[in-house]
Design a protein around this ligand. Sequence first.
Ligand code: 5GP
Ligand code: ZN
Length: 118
Amino acid sequence: MADSKADCLFCSILSGDVPADIIFESETAIAFRDINPQAPTHVIIIPRQHIPTINDISADDQTIVGSLYTAASTIAVAEGVADDGYRVVMNCNADAGQSVFHIHLHLLGGRALGWPPG
Ligand code: 5GP
Ligand code: ZN
């Protein structure tokens, strides 16, 4: 499990070492298009701070984590999915299928999304 900054894919995207289609940047967060999109709009929103999982979020991180959601609403408008609807989801650990251990919101939209998820 890549749970340290040194071997974290999303920290490498933040540093510019790994290229990504970055569509949003703020003081606390960036967003880029998912490499394997599951919907017409599939954007990954990450904090600049390396936090491995939801379980590692502390009270001090609340402003940063909140900024992921304000980023999501801004991006949803820019992507044209705000009115029809979209989903934001953050997976935690194995049962949820988390594969990159730097917290991130998935923003999915552009089609009707099934519920419950698989
Ligand atoms: P998780 O499974 O951890 O919730 O989500 C990780 C997401 O990162 C997946 O949807 C996966 O497609 C995406 N991803 C993995 N590697 C890369 C990459 O190198 N670039 C981009 N843009 N997305 C990636
Ligand atoms: Zn990281």
